[in-house]
Design a protein around this ligand. Structure first.
Ligand SMILES: Cc1ncc(COP(=O)(O)O)c(C=O)c1O
Length: 378
């Protein structure tokens, strides 16, 4: 039986068009984009075409894109780079959403060492940020606020337009982690952001390719120093093959239209077939069309996911894997679940290539796996 991959929030399969585009740059094309000769110019042209594709998708200027090695590095550059580049010592406080990805949250100790006070914006039981809490904050000392467009674990869509409106009026920089939502029907102006993070492997491009949007005029100091690539903001010879693959994947997504509806159909088929033993985490907040996060009370996610994997379905808990065992989900902990409950979260995420019938079949396998585990417990 064909396996069913329901972990598209973790990574997505590479599109054949992306693989094909990359093949040339993993073979006979090999120039360094900084070289002046023909091979170098060809590489520079390939990188420029990718920058063009990203700037079109984000609705920004060509020169406002900084390519990085990942979404993680892009978010690090946005946060640490803006903290290092800040020229106003009175702006010494930074706010991060409590359920942000670790690539944002784990910058906190470093930002603190750089002299910033970093506070977390509380989230509710569905990982939705507390907008009232944010709007009550004094802002004269605020340098930056970082709120993700949608949560990678729960799929909760954050009120980024309201965050932007509040922050922009007060001269506070806005960083938006849009890794789970790019490409989409939004731009860097709508809703407004000064810094945006995206990553290619979440939209069927290659791993190891990210980009930071840095609005012209935003003071961002480099965190990788060297040859002055990427307009002095990110040194290091560009990953030309990866960038070419990312551009091909991006073009495919844009030419074939949004996959939102196709994901929603599969996700809804799956969710409606799941047994009542699974408790949905997000019930009222807006959420991404490809996400379904649940909890199976009394069953450790790790045990469940191993059984499910053996039965042919790939899913995840969304939690970080360290030293071979699953940590309790920091998103669930931030959302007020106990540590035990935070080990019970299961994330099913849909994407390119998952049909409605795959979704029905997967849900049946998930139900059978739960029944087998729960029966054994009785
Ligand atoms: C919301 C979010 N931000 C950032 C990242 C990091 O991106 P990358 O895997 O390219 O480092 C991820 C990846 O899971 C993510 O889901």
């Amino acid at each position: 039986m064909k396996r069913i991959y329901l972990d598209h929030a973790a990574t997505t399969p590479l599109l054949p068009q992306a693989a094909e585009a990359m093949a040339a740059w993993s073979g006979h094309e090999f120039g360094n984009p900084s070289s002046l000769h023909a091979e170098g110019r060809a590489a520079k042209h390939a990188v420029d075409e990718t920058r063009e594709a990203f700037s079109e998708a984000l609705g920004c200027l060509f020169g406002e894109i900084v390519f990085t090695s990942s979404g993680t590095e892009a978010a690090n550059l946005a946060l640490i780079g803006a903290a290092l580049g800040n020229e106003n010592p009175a702006r010494n406080r930074i706010l991060l959403g409590a359920s942000e990805h670790h690539c944002v949250l784990h910058t906190k100790p470093l930002l603190e060492r750089l002299g910033y006070r970093v506070d977390l914006i509380p989230v509710n039981h569905e990982a939705l940020i507390d907008l009232n809490w944010l709007q009550d904050q004094a802002h004269d000392d605020l340098l930056m606020v970082s709120v993700m467009q949608a949560n990678n674990e729960f799929g909760t869509v954050q009120p980024v337009a309201e965050v932007s409106a509040w922050a922009r009026d007060r001269g506070v920089l806005i960083h938006r982690d849009s890794v789970q939502t790019f490409p989409g029907a939004w731009t860097v102006d709508e809703p407004y952001a000064d810094l945006v993070t995206v990553s290619a492997h979440k939209f069927n491009g290659p791993k190891g390719v990210g980009a930071a949007y840095v609005r012209a005029g935003t003071k961002v100091a480099p965190i990788a120093l060297g040859g002055g690539q990427e307009r002095e903001m990110r040194a290091g010879t560009e990953n030309v093959a990866g960038l070419v693959g990312a551009a091909a994947a991006l073009r495919c997504h844009r030419e074939n239209g949004s996959t939102t509806e196709q994901k929603r159909i599969a996700r809804d088929a799956f969710a409606s077939t799941l047994s009542a033993a699974f408790q949905p985490t997000v019930r009222s907040a807006p959420r991404l069309s490809g996400h379904h996060h649940v909890r199976l009370p009394g069953v450790d996610a790790e045990i469940f996911l191993i059984r499910l994997d053996k039965a042919g379905v790939s899913a995840s808990s969304g939690a970080a894997c360290s030293s071979g065992s699953l940590e309790p989900s920091h998103v669930m902990m931030a959302a007020g679940f106990s540590e035990t409950e935070a080990r019970e979260g299961l994330r099913f995420t849909f994407g390119f290539g998952v049909s409605e019938s795959d979704a029905f079949r997967a849900a049946k396998i998930v139900n059978e796996t739960a029944e087998a585990i729960l029966l054994h417990r009785r």
